[in-house]
Design a protein around this ligand. Structure first.
Ligand SMILES: Nc1ncnc2c1ncn2[C@@H]1O[C@H](COP(=O)(O)OP(=O)(O)O)[C@@H](O)[C@H]1O
Ligand SMILES: [Mg+2]
Length: 351
């Protein structure tokens, strides 16, 4: 519904005109009842006076109010077009209109300062992003360079080990070296994945089946520790769209962490839940738990509390899940266990 616009001059003049006309009518009534012969003349002068008063009032209003309003509208149009250096001229007037102008000028100045601040922040963010991208490239290059000689070292170790007599003490040392080489290889491989993230390739997949498969891999480590890994398949979870390989890797990371946190007798289970928008997969363990002061750090790259850990598993996992438009969170209680929740959206994120 469009509003009826009434010009402000009419609104301002209407009451004045009404009062004047009222006065004149009253005056006419009095002169008629008094039967004064000069009444026509007086009436004419009265009317002329009223018209002059209205005209003067109109002009005064036009100068005092209309001009600043028009200027304000023009300047606002300029601000809207992006010019934040405009100022209204009537700001130095010593009345309310002047205050309005001053407020407007201050507001535009604040807008200008905010815009400059945002531009400055944007520039620093951009250079940081470029810096990080360069670092990532460097790390990726370095990781690549390290992996080849590492494979060479592992090969040589293998050959040297084969040539040693079975009861040689050096065999233990070689085993230790091989273990360390594998550790470096793991760090370098994970670093490479972090530095050169691959975009997920989405296809319809069953999160329960992928979890089951990951659990199969994790049971190898779990059985050595006498830890039970169980996937609760009691829910009909709808198929989602995700990168099977990447989410498998995430679940395996979570399951191995869970198994590694468990002592004999503790257990790991995977549960599923859904709401209208998301499917949540929870990896729950009854292991040693994470102290509250450690919990905020666990997703940071290279944070590990394990002697042979890389500290890259969770940071990689979180990145993969976020690339899927989902999120990964953890809650934990020392002595009770931890819950890692992997939330994936039912609707594939727009790429
Ligand atoms: N289920 C869990 N229970 C207890 N602590 C955990 C669990 N999962 C992760 N953590 C903690 O988070 C740290 C980082 O995990 P992660 O990024 O996978 O690196 P890593 O396993 O190589 O140490 C672990 O060292 C451990 O302290
Ligand atoms: Mg890990």
């Amino acid at each position: 519904m469009s509003r009826v616009r009434v010009n402000w001059q009419i609104k301002a003049l209407l009451p004045v005109a009404l009062v004047l006309v009222n006065g004149l009518l009253l005056f006419a009534l009095i002169t008629v009842t008094l039967q004064d012969p000069a009444r026509n003349q007086v009436l004419a002068i009265g009317f002329a006076g009223a018209i002059v008063i209205c005209a003067v009032l109109f002009m005064v209003l036009a100068v005092v109010i209309h001009r600043p309003v028009v200027e304000l509208q023009e300047k606002m149009e300029l601000v809207r077009a992006g010019d934040l250096f405009v100022k209204v001229e009537f700001a130095d007037r010593n009345d309310e209109i002047g205050d309005l102008g001053q407020n407007f000028n201050e507001m535009v100045q604040q807008l200008r300062e905010s815009r400059e601040e945002i531009e400055r922040l944007h520039r620093t963010q951009m250079s940081r992003a470029e810096h990080l991208a360069t670092l990532g490239e460097m790390a990726a290059g370095l990781a690549h360079e390290i992996r080849n000689p590492l494979a060479g070292i592992a090969g040589v170790m293998e050959i040297v080990g084969r040539d040693l007599p079975p009861d040689s003490a050096a065999k233990d040392v070689l085993g230790e070296v091989r273990h360390e080489v594998m550790h470096i290889n793991r760090i370098v491989t994970e670093l490479l994945e972090i530095a050169r993230p691959k975009a997920p390739v989405f296809s319809p997949a069953d999160i329960v089946a992928v979890s089951d498969q990951a659990a199969l891999f994790a049971r190898d480590q779990a059985s050595k520790r006498h830890v039970n890994v169980h996937v609760l398949k009691n829910k009909a979870i709808p198929p989602l769209e995700f990168d099977k390989g990447q989410i498998h890797q995430v679940l395996l990371n979570l399951l191995l962490n869970a198994v590694q946190a468990c002592d004999e007798g503790a257990s790991v289970r995977v549960e599923f839940a859904e709401d209208n928008e998301n499917v949540t997969t929870r990896v729950i363990d009854t292991g040693k738990g994470i102290p509250p002061e450690v919990l905020p750090n666990i997703f940071r790259p290279f944070f590990t509390t394990k002697g042979n850990g890389t500290g890259l598993g969770l940071s990689l996992a979180r990145r993969i899940v976020e690339d899927h438009g989902g999120w990964l969170t953890a809650t934990s209680e020392v002595g009770v266990g931890s819950i890692f929740s992997l939330v994936l959206p039912k609707k594939r994120p727009l790429d």
